[in-house]
Design a protein around this ligand. Structure first.
Ligand SMILES: Nc1nc2c(ncn2[C@@H]2O[C@H](COP(=O)(O)OP(=O)(O)O)[C@@H](O)[C@H]2O)c(=O)[nH]1
Ligand SMILES: [Mg+2]
Length: 1043
């Protein structure tokens, strides 16, 4: 061995191992790879002290990539007499090694990409006379030597990502060149010598400042693929149309406004990308290109699409997003083959009739359009729903129904309820004398969430459905259900109590919450108690709120931009390099996952809350001020750009169906059976087969609840939202005396009403009253402490809302579906055989930690924990933690676990025989955000059992988090080694790895925390990638929730 230091010893071992490996695999040594395993480059040799093993004379392929080399071993050229392929990519070479010259006469492929080359020796290049493929990309070359043009056999040349300002004239002599990549250089014009390359089939000149193309570019007769992205072309010359062999053409980001008239001569064109240009008119010159399969016109200035587009009969992909298109031609439905249709971010209000015929469309994006016909709630569900709507519209008359959901949010005692009463009161009734609105309806303790219908403008039929969302924390679990897109949000602040330091609690947190649930929500801020503030005070407080909103917004946006930049930097480094640096952010994360992450940050940045300024001060006791506020709200609601929904067009039958549901006698009932609903449907002119689409729409638009996917619930229509909310309020008011009183009243009437009631609470004889009260007290206590209630007590609580046993059953199903409680002792779908069903409401659990004994006793953990490896997936929430998420999640995981034991912030449970722990840790200051983690353990050989235990829980959480499309959170896989060591600050691998397959041929991953410790790959990557990636935002913003 050449040296005695550790580096060269290691080098020697590398060589030997590789040689052995190669021999073992192939018998004779023809290929030798010395590429370091991912993550290994830091310890790799940096001096050229490599010594060749013996017997490499037959070697044909040598891969020295990814080794941090700044030279190659001396004598390499002489020893490798048969070498054809040499790979030196991802090293630190500053010049071509001398050995390359020696290999020249037999080398056919050379890859020196991703090095630090600043020059190529003319002699070295000239020696490579047999070369067919040469890759010099990602270096720092300012020029190429002329002898390059003498490589007569060269077929593929890649010099992309360098600093080339010119190409040598000799390049034109490469008569066999088929592909040439010169993209991402500093060329200032199209190099004319390239026009001599008659064999060229693929050319990439993107990202150079060409500022135009030569008129005779048509000389490239064989060219099939041409990349000209971001080349500052401005226009195309007429001669461009002579490139008759072209099949794929990228012309995005070139400031183009038009195509040359004879563009239609490019009859072989299959793919054309014209995105991010300046087309104001649809480029008609492309309409005769009958063979076109993919057309991208995203991010232009188009206002319309010609009806002749139907001539592009082979079209599979059509992207027209982010233009200003107001109408689509009816003929677009003739493009029957379309599979991708992207229309997001335009001005579309109406889709053509028969649009539903585009049944092949799988990729469909339509959000961010002011849709009214079909309304957004229909469009976002997909083409089949559009088809059903259009069919219905053809059957019955269209109807417009201006109605808007208005949500009052804010702290307890902010003035929401008084404001609502003041606003919704009949203006004629409120005399100008200033009668106290509170007196007209006597004050009562907060009833929780309330819904009222308010005809704000009778002449125009404009109606608000007002949701008064209780400010009390108890309602946090159910509040998010009511935050939905397309509503007008009113944040109420008590100005008399407001102080600048109370901003986060009174305003900031509400903005975060709404923004996380409904990214683009429209919000105005109303300050109440204006009558109790001095004029100056009023002004200062409003100004302070205004200023702090702007500050918070700026802070959040900057934070997101910073995070987006980290993704950009990671992307710029490209996958292989990323996989070699365990200490870097996004270590090992695939380009696809990074791009997805990037897109999500972009989405978050582009969909901030729309906060209407200024803060509107009002005294809820002054009718005149209330009237002014009402007019203000009306003018906001009437804004077509902000609330297109207000003008949505419905088939009259759907509207009649809705009205019938809310007419007596059925209006009073808590729910209707499907058959009741179907009867109303017939009255509205809807046959049974058409009822489903109508109900689905009414569900999406928040008029009623109809769960078409739930076997337990789909036979029912929950149309009485007011009463449902009353029922929810019963569970969430958390007042022990109220609860007890309800139970006592209910049981006192037990005897007559309930013959089949459970014995424990039935049979009230006078002497047992005390006993009964004590028992009920016990239940209430158990509920408020542990969230536990038996079904028969729930039934008592729900008097008089729920009477019959099957009604109770249905209601409990509904609560489970909403994720508010789960049944402790019922296996899904199986009957209980008469036993009492117990229900658990996780949001009520008070004990800090679960009963650990329950967890430990069940297993043979003792003794095993020494060999067990920890798996822990951690979600952190830097801006805001979704209210009620832990409680909702507790319910959601119930079908996956057994033997669970719940604490306020922790759940111990089992997946089969494997233990799992779910923990929530509230934020501590700004440095420690809220986290939610899912953990399990197993011995290394059995680690797949731990993965099997946590993977479904991870996927379940990802599904739940999709209800929060505007939420920023990160996912990490904590390092097992660090966890085992008990490190307080374990290393965190990017959670994206969960959705990636294990890297091939890699056994260990490096944890940079503890002196580059190696972690078995099975402790970082699951055996099979998770289905839903943590950052995937499928249907971002297209959440279908009640509205
Ligand atoms: N003087 C005055 N009192 C108000 C005003 N708005 C609300 N209040 C009172 O503030 C208290 C809390 O109001 P309420 O509407 O119940 O608040 P909520 O918890 O947000 O619904 C009640 O006593 C209201 O009468 C206002 O503008 N001026
Ligand atoms: Mg209230």
């Amino acid at each position: 061995m050449a040296g005695t230091d550790a580096g060269s010893l290691k080098t020697a071992r590398l060589w030997r191992d590789a040689a052995l490996r190669a021999r073992k695999l192939r018998g004779s040594l023809r290929q030798l790879g010395l590429g370091a395993a991912a993550g290994d480059s830091r310890g790799a040799p940096d001096a050229a002290q490599l010594v060749l093993p013996a017997g490499v004379g037959d070697l044909e392929v040598l891969n020295l990539g990814n080794n941090g080399l700044d030279d190659v071993p001396a004598g390499l050229g002489a020893a490798l007499g048969s070498l054809r392929v040499l790979v030196l990519r991802r090293n630190r070479l500053a010049r071509l090694p001398a050995a390359v010259t020696e290999l020249g006469h037999h080398l056919t492929e050379l890859d020196v990409s991703h090095n630090r080359l600043t020059a190529l020796g003319a002699e070295a290049v000239g020696a490579l006379r047999e070369l067919r493929k040469l890759n010099l990309s990602h270096n720092q070359l300012p020029a190429l030597p002329a002898p390059l043009g003498a490589l007569a056999h060269l077929e593929e040349l890649d010099v992309s990502f360098n600093r080339l300002a010119h190409l040598p004239d000799s390049l034109g002599r490469l008569r066999r060149l088929r592909t040439l990549d010169v993209d991402h250089n500093q060329l200032a014009a199209f190099p004319r010598q390239l026009l001599q390359l008659a064999a060229l089939e693929e050319l990439d000149v993107s990202s150079n400042r060409l500022r135009g193309l030569p008129e005779d570019i048509g000389a490239l007769r064989a060219l099939k693929i041409l990349w000209l992205s971001g080349a500052e072309l401005g226009t195309l010359p007429g001669g461009f149309c002579e490139l008759a062999a072209l099949e794929s053409l990228m012309l995005d980001s070139n400031g183009l406004r038009a195509l040359p008239a004879r563009f239609s001569r490019l009859q072989r064109l299959k793919m054309l990308n014209l995105s991010s240009n300046c087309f104001e008119e649809f480029p008609e010159a492309l309409l005769p290109l009958a063979g076109l399969e993919e057309l991208y016109l995203s991010r232009n200035l188009l206002t319309s699409v010609p009806s002749l587009i139907s001539g592009l009969g082979r079209l599979l992909t059509l992207w027209l997003d982010h233009n200003r298109i107001r109408y689509l031609p009816d003929s677009i439905v003739e493009l029957r083959g379309l599979e991708e249709l992207v229309l997001q971010g335009n001005q579309l209000a109406v889709l053509p009739d028969n649009f539903g015929q585009l049944s092949q469309v799988g990729l469909w994006k339509i959000k961010d359009n002011p849709l009214v016909q079909p309304p957004y709630e229909v469009c976002m569900k997909g083409i089949p729903y559009i088809a059903a709507y259009q069919k219905e519209l053809a059957h019955s008359q269209p109807a417009v129904q201006p109605r808007l959901k208005l949500l009052l949010l804010g702290h307890k005692a902010a003035g929401k309820t008084l404001l609502r009463r003041g606003l919704t009161q009949d203006p004629l009734e409120a005399s100008p004398g200033g009668r106290d609105p509170e007196k007209s309806s006597p004050p009562c303790p907060s009833k929780g969430i309330e819904v009222t219908s308010w005809t704000a403008d009778a002449s125009r039929g404009l109606r608000f459905v007002v949701y008064d969302l209780a400010g009390d924390e108890s309602y946090e679990v159910i509040q998010p259900f009511f935050l939905s897109p397309g509503a007008l949000y009113v944040l109420v602040v008590n100005l008399a109590a407001y102080e600048p330091r109370r901003f986060p609690a009174a305003v900031g947190s509400f903005l975060h919450r709404v923004g996380a649930r409904v990214p683009h929500a429209v919000m105005c801020i109303v300050g109440t108690h204006a009558d109790l503030c001095g004029e100056r005070e009023l002004e200062e407080k409003c100004l302070d709120i205004h200023r702090q909103i702007a500050l918070q917004e700026k802070h959040d946006a900057e934070g997101l931009s910073r995070l987006a930049r980290v993704v950009d930097e990671a992307l710029a480094r490209d996958f292989e390099l990323r996989s070699a640096s365990p200490h870097a952010a996004y270590y090992g994360v695939s380009d696809k996952n990074l791009r997805r992450r990037k897109a999500h940050f972009q989405y978050l940045l582009n969909h901030r809350l729309q906060i209407l300024s200024p803060v509107l001060p009002v005294s809820c006791r002054d009718p005149r001020q209330l009237r002014r506020l009402r007019d203000k709200l009306l003018s906001v609601a009437e804004h077509r750009e902000i609330f297109p929904n207000l003008h949505r067009v419905l088939p009259r039958s759907w509207q009649v169906l809705e009205e019938l549901h809310f007419q007596p006698p059925q209006a009073q009932r808590l729910w209707l059976s499907w058959w009741d609903s179907a009867r109303l449907g017939l009255q509205a002119g809807l046959t049974e087969d058409r009822l489903q689409s109508a109900l689905s729409y009414l569900h999406e638009s928040g008029k009623l609840l109809y769960f078409e996917d739930s076997p337990a619930l789909k036979e029912h229509v929950f149309h009485n939202l007011t009463r449902l909310i009353d029922i929810l309020n019963v569970f969430f008011q958390r007042d022990p005396s109220l609860l007890l009183q309800k139970l006592l009243v209910a049981t006192s009437g037990e005897g007559e009403a309930e013959a089949e009631g459970p014995p424990s609470v039935a049979l009230p004889t006078p002497g047992q009253d005390l006993l009964r009260a004590a028992q009920l007290h016990h239940y209430v206590e158990g509920f408020l402490l542990h969230g536990l209630l038996p079904a028969h007590v729930i039934r008592l609580l729900l008097r008089p809302h729920v009477q019959a046993q099957q009604d109770l059953q249905l209601l409990l199903e509904l609560l489970e579906k909403m994720g508010l409680c789960y049944c402790l002792n019922k296996a899904k779908g199986k009957p209980l055989n008469g036993a009492t069903a117990w229900y658990k409401f996780p949001c009520y659990v008070q004990n800090e930690v679960p009963h650990a004994e329950a967890w430990i006793n069940g297993t043979n953990l003792a003794g095993q924990s020494f060999v067990a490896e920890q798996l822990q997936i951690e979600y952190s929430f830097p801006f805001t933690f979704p209210p009620g998420l832990f409680a909702r999640y507790s319910v959601q995981i119930n079908s996956h676990v057994v033997h669970r034991s719940d604490g306020k912030c922790q759940i111990f449970a089992y997946r089969g025989k494997v233990p799992v722990v779910v923990s929530y840790r509230p934020a501590k200051g700004v440095l420690r955000p809220d986290t939610l983690s899912i953990a399990s353990h197993a011995s290394l050989p059995n680690i797949w059992t731990a993965w099997q235990a946590i993977t479904p829980l991870v996927e379940e959480l990802n599904v739940l988090l999709q209800e929060w499309p505007g939420l920023h959170y990160t996912v990490h896989i904590l390092c097992s080694k660090c966890l085992k060591r008990g490190s307080p600050n374990p290393h965190a691998f990017p959670g994206e790895l969960l959705s990636q397959p294990r890297p091939e041929g890699v056994a260990e991953i490096i944890c940079p925390k503890n002196g580059s410790e190696r972690v078995n790959v099975a402790l970082v990557y699951p055996p099979t990638p998770t289905v839903i990636s943590p950052c995937s935002k499928k249907n971002v913003g297209e959440k279908h929730r009640n509205q």
